[in-house]
Design a protein. Structure first.
Length: 490
């Protein structure tokens, strides 16, 4: 087929430049990556392996246009029939039939008409664009369409001349889906990415035995984009992109102290924790980390401070029972709405949601004190670099909002505390450990770090009594002070 035939398939008026307006996709977390949306009139390549969610991405783009902006859209499919598409999209909240009836959507099922030739197919597509006055177009897939050309050069001419100039002239913003075969790094025919205005890649990788979905904006002309790979997920409402954790600006530091609720610990800290500081409380299971955190929350509640306890491992009722057992009136504090306890349970498929929920809870309740128990539940599900980046974002937010925070982490020995990258983020590190002395198991406490203040650096014994934690005198010459016994792990 001659390229000259293609260029005259539809009579149009050309424009000298692309309209600067943005076309939002409506995909949560995505539009912010590209300055609010795709530049109007662009042709953007959406590539990915099978099962990455390319169809859902494209469908959300069209549905958002029809439902929010009354912009008619066309889905041209060489892979899936109309009934299957409509049924699958309705399951995730997109009722395209409604907009078909209103003249805001058209599904072109071209699965069985490939033999008519590319020229005829494109004439049909452009005729529908004109009839519907479409503003958004999806071609699924361009890989299938390009295979109908006898040579790559013909496909490239069609892509650049027809899908580029004609789409821009008619104001249509186009998504072209391209298959990336498993094991290959080429987009379809290997040339589309060079002439497209934008390139978005969806891909999957195995992490900790689960498939992790990630997205990258490789190219978007005239747009400031982030080259960072971002996680995304597909849920009941379609595709959602998880944003890059932001670092908040810290404008003020405080000199006044906040009591931990444990007299002996306050003495070791020379008056308590600085307001707005972050404290990492670490130790193996059974050393009293949660009990310490409950004291911290109860002390704030006694002073009518709004306190938030985010539990990532224990149910709320169990925490309330534990607090009440030590004489801390947690039910009363909850009824007075000065304490909020939220239980969340991360897993490999939901930890990104948990991360966002923690941030949302902080923004909703605006607490003066917060406990996150335990960060280990998130850390073991995230790659180390992502975990450190999230911790830096969380730390900066808490400090910027003057929240005095206690972050709990499970650790059997001192060394891992300083190897996670979190030790540089927090202001204070308190380590609780089991020790063996004279054939008896006892508990020890040490302040490993207290930024900006002097502190007691001795190793002190403490007990968990009916009144909670009581810090005692420093240990004498004992054994086993440097490591928790393996029998204490649970």
């Amino acid at each position: 087929m001659e390229s000259s035939q293609l260029s005259h398939s539809v009579e149009i008026k050309t424009t000298s430049k692309v309209n600067g307006d943005r076309v939002p996709t409506g995909i949560e977390g995505f539009d912010a990556l590209i300055e609010g949306g795709i530049p109007k009139g662009y042709s953007v390549l959406l590539g990915g392996n099978p099962g990455c969610g390319k169809t859902i991405f494209a469908a959300q783009y069209l549905y958002h246009g029809s439902s929010k902006f009354s912009e008619p859209g066309i889905y041209v499919s060489f892979a899936e029939d109309r009934e299957t598409f409509l049924k699958n999209m309705k399951r995730i909240g997109m009722d395209f039939e409604k907009y078909e009836q209103e003249g805001k959507f058209k599904y072109m099922d071209l699965v069985t008409v490939k033999e008519k030739g590319v020229d005829s197919i494109l004439e049909c597509v452009f005729a529908e664009i004109s009839a519907l006055k479409a503003k958004r177009l999806v071609i699924d897939s361009f890989s299938a369409l390009s295979q109908a050309f006898p040579a790559k050069i013909d496909a490239r001419v069609a892509f650049h001349t027809v899908l580029g100039k004609i789409a821009r002239a008619s104001g249509v913003t186009t998504l072209l889906i391209s298959e990336i075969p498993i094991g290959s790094k080429l987009l379809g025919g290997g040339m589309e990415e060079f002439v497209a205005d934008g390139v978005i890649i969806l891909f999957q990788s195995v992490e900790r035995g689960f498939l992790a979905r990630k997205l990258q904006v490789v190219k978007m002309r005239g747009t400031k984009t982030s080259r960072v790979e971002l996680r995304y997920d597909i849920g009941q409402n379609g595709l959602r992109v998880y944003p890059i954790p932001k670092i908040s600006s810290i404008k003020e530091v405080f000199t006044d102290r906040a009591s931990t609720g444990i007299e002996g610990l306050d003495i070791m800290l020379h008056g308590g924790l600085f307001k707005g500081s972050l404290t990492l409380l670490t130790g193996p299971s059974g050393t009293g980390k949660t009990t310490t955190a409950l004291h911290f929350i109860a002390q704030g509640a006694k002073q009518n401070e709004v306190c938030l306890y985010v539990a990532l491992e224990e149910p709320m009722q169990q925490l309330i029972r534990q607090a009440e057992g030590f004489g801390l009136p947690m039910k009363k504090f909850i009824d007075k709405e000065v304490v909020k306890i939220i239980s969340l349970y991360p897993d490999p498929c939901s930890f990104q949601d948990i991360v966002l929920q923690v941030r949302s809870l902080l923004e909703e309740h605006r607490p003066s004190r917060v406990v996150i128990d335990a960060l280990t539940s998130i850390q073991r599900l995230m790659p180390e670099h992502e975990y450190v980046r999230y911790m830096k974002s969380l730390a900066s937010y808490l400090k910027a909002n003057a929240v005095t925070s206690l972050l709990i982490s499970i650790s059997d020995v001192i060394t891992p505390v300083t190897e996670t990258g979190v030790s540089t983020v927090v202001d204070n590190i308190i380590s609780l450990r089991h020790v063996e002395i004279d054939s008896a198991l006892q508990r020890s406490l040490i302040v490993l770090k207290a930024r900006g203040t002097s502190h007691d650096n001795s190793i002190r014994e403490f007990e968990i009594t009916s009144k909670g934690i009581v810090v005692k005198e420093k240990f004498g010459n004992g054994t086993g002070l440097g490591r928790s016994p393996s029998s204490s792990r649970s």
